[in-house]
Each structure stands twice: as C-alpha cells, then as structure tokens.
Ligand binder design. Structure first.
Ligand code: ADP
Length: 404
C-alpha cells in the first residue's frame, strides 16, 4: 500500500532526487529500519551524489568507493546486505558504531544504473526472504519511476520545442506576409502616382506655352486620382482584421432581393459598354443580417469581375438557392474563365492572373480577397468554379436571419 502510494506520488515529481527520497523513506518504514541514505549517479562517468539521507542518519555517508559493497550491489544489480558490520574505519569514523546491519538496494533498470538506497539498522538485523524480495521491489519501482519520469520529461521538452518552433515559424510567416503586403501596396500606388506626375508636368508645360491642350492631361489625372482613391479604400478595408470588422459591423436587416437588384443596377452601365446581358433571377425575398456597405461591395466586386473578364456580348447571371440555414448566391459568366492552376490562389491578397490572360485589364488583385473577407466576416463563405475559355461561377453562402 505504502509502496503503491509512493509509486503514484513519484509520477508527479519534478526530479529524480525527490523520487529517490520518497522511495528511501518508504523503504525505512517498510523494512522497519532506523535510518537510510541514497546515492544518485548523476553523470555517465560513474560520479555519485548523496541524493538523500534521512533526518535520523547519524553520520555523513562517505562517497562510494570502487570495490566497496555499493559497487557490488550496482554491478551485480542485486541487493547486498550485511547483518553484522565489522569495525571499519572510514576516515575518522568507525561505521560499526552507527550500524550493525544494512542492505544496499540497487536502483537499476535494464542497462541504466541510477544509484542505490542503503537501509540501516542500529542493531543486528536478520533479513527474511520477504524483506529481501520487498527490497528488490523497492529498487525496481524506484528505477521504473525514474525511467518513466525521464521519458515524460523528454516528451514534454520535445513538445515544448516543437511548439516553440511552430510559433516562430508562424511569426516569421506573418512578418513575411506583412512585408509582401507593403511591397505590393507600394507597387500598386506607384503606377497611378507616376501617371499623375507625368500629366501634371504636361499640363504645366501646356500652361507655360499658353496652350489649351491641358484638358487631356487633367482628365488623365482625374482618372488616376479616382483609381488611387479606389485602391486606398480597398487597402483601408483589408488592413483591419476580420475579427475587428466583425465587431464593427453594424448589423441591419437587409432584403436580399433588393440588395442584389440594387447592385445589378449599379453595374448595368459597365455591362452595357460590353453589350453583356446582366440578369438576376430567382433571388428569394428573404432577410439577411449584415452590413449594407460591405455586402454591396461583395456583390459589386463579383459582378464587376464577371463583366471585366466576360466576353463582349456575353452573359452574367445572378441566381440564388435557399437552404434551411443559408442562402447560396451564384454569380456566373461565360467569359474567359480561370486556369485550374490559379483557381486556388485567386482569393489571395494582390493575386492576379498574368496580364496576357487578363488581356491587360488593370485591377489590383484585391477584389476577390475583399469578397472572401466580407463573406467570412458575415459568417459565410465564397467558392469559385471555372473552366478556362468557358466561364466562371462564384458561389457566396450567407446565413439567413431567421429572427426576421
Ligand atoms: P483584380 O480583378 O483586381 O485583378 P480580383 O481579386 O478581383 O483582382 O481577381 C483576381 C484575379 O482573378 C483577376 O486578376 C482575374 O485574373 C481573375 N478573375 C476574377 N474574377 C474572374 C472572372 N469572373 N472570370 C475570369 N477571371 C476572373
């Protein structure tokens, strides 16, 4: 019983020495001894430390010497006992004046030698078979407890190291994506700024020469300023993290049908330019809860893309399906489509398929990132399916507001 408690106890200990101490104290009680001490092998080159001596130990145990009974016990891995200690001078002391009997219990496990526990009696003590076998059990249990404890410790340290490594990697990749973001943003801003600067120079020159041809330059500046402010508002939107937006969103009850037809109307001017037929069909008359500004932005981005990357005289269809919890809104076109290899990346920040594919359309690569980000901030999702040369379908899932 006492031994069982000590074994259980040792499982939660923080070091080998406390384990050895606990088993030594249990050994004194189990074997009805007067005092005890224990040696602990703390390095691979056979160096020993006194791991413990009980408060009743009347002398300072000596460092175990080669050839002494200690070594016999450790190297035979068997208990070693003496029932009638002869006069022995160790330094100044005569050991036989402190004890008449002792038993040295090796703490060994397979190949491992951890140390010894020495249980001592002031008077002569004859060891019974039962006591000898109990002593062996004490030694084995101590060794097993230390082995298990070391394995657990090693495992914990490994887990800790792995965790640290993962955290460092995550931090590094965060840092990398921040740098990427700043580089991309700077790049996006530089082109319109260069065009503006060029046109200002042109307009100034025209003015100096009293020419009236600054009109074209001014309208180019106007176009680029609009483009710039578009980029800036996109950048501001994506800089605040999704969580922050979630807490900022002022949820209002929105009628999906009205929301879609409003965005379709706003995009119809773009569609007309390319003679694309823009149709919204079977949009259910349901209520969703969300931010009007953001959800309008989501649909406008998808519809504007379908027109931008749609074929002239093509078709864009917006339709919706309703399930119990969600509504699925599809924006489909029969335009240029998206190569399979790019499909998994189009929602990334600043990702654009190369210019030859886009026939030079000048976007920022932020549109779909914003779509995904808005959908997720509303508890929804967005997915894309596409066949190159045939067309694309973007599916947005949003939760339905049943409280309406
Ligand atoms: P942008 O349109 O500003 O480049 P987006 O994030 O909106 O950025 O889109 C990323 C890329 O995905 C685009 O550059 C384009 O190549 C491709 N793409 C998006 N929508 C469509 C679509 N409906 N059809 C074909 N390609 C598309």
């Amino acid at each position: 019983m006492l031994l069982n408690d000590t074994i259980l106890d040792s499982m939660v200990q923080r070091n080998d020495r406390v384990i050895i101490k606990n088993f030594t104290e249990a050994g004194i009680k189990i074997l009805g001894a007067d005092f005890a001490f224990a040696w602990w092998k703390f390095s691979d080159d056979n160096k020993y430390k006194l791991a413990y001596k009980s408060p009743t130990t009347p002398y300072q145990p000596f460092y175990p010497r080669k050839g002494a009974s200690h070594y016999t016990a450790l190297h035979t891995k068997k208990v070693f006992f003496d029932t009638n200690v002869k006069k022995q001078k160790y330094g100044k002391s005569d050991i036989s004046s402190y004890m008449k009997s002792f038993i040295i219990i090796p703490i060994t496990h397979g190949e491992y030698l951890y140390g010894t526990i020495t249980i001592c009696y002031k008077n002569q003590h004859q060891f019974t078979e039962e006591e000898l076998s109990l002593s062996e059990t004490i030694g084995n249990s101590t060794a097993q407890a230390i082995t298990v404890h070391r394995l657990i410790k090693r495992e914990l340290e490994r887990n800790k190291r792995e965790l640290l490594l993962k955290e460092t990697e995550a931090l590094l990749s965060q840092e990398k994506s921040k740098t990427e973001f700043i580089t991309n943003a700077a790049h996006e801003l530089r082109t319109p700024l260069a065009i503006i600067k060029g046109n200002i120079d042109l307009a100034t020159l025209a003015k100096d020469r009293n020419q009236k041809s600054s009109k074209a330059a001014l309208s180019a500046i106007d176009r680029e300023v609009k483009h710039l402010s578009g980029i800036l508002s996109d950048l501001i939107m994506i800089i605040s993290p999704t969580k922050q937006l979630k807490s900022k969103i002022e949820y209002e009850k929105l009628n999906l049908k009205k929301l879609v037809s409003y965005t379709v109307e706003r995009c119809s001017v773009l569609a007309r330019k390319k003679h694309i037929s823009l149709v919204a069909k079977s949009i259910p008359n349901i209520t969703i809860s969300g931010s009007r500004v953001h959800l309008e932005k989501l649909f406008i981005n998808l519809i504007a893309n379908s027109i931008l990357y749609g074929n002239a005289r093509g078709k864009t269809t917006i339709s919706a399906k309703q399930s119990k919890q969600n509504v699925l809104i599809e924006v489909s076109d029969n335009g240029i489509g998206i190569p399979k290899s790019d499909l998994s990346r189009i929602f990334e920040r600043f990702y654009r398929i190369d210019k030859s594919h886009n026939s030079g359309e000048s976007g920022t690569g932020l549109g779909l990132y914003i779509v995904k980000w808005i959908a997720e901030a509303h508890g929804g999702t967005v997915q894309a399916k596409s066949i190159e040369g045939k067309g694309s379908t973007f599916t947005v899932t949003l939760p339905i507001d049943h409280g309406a």
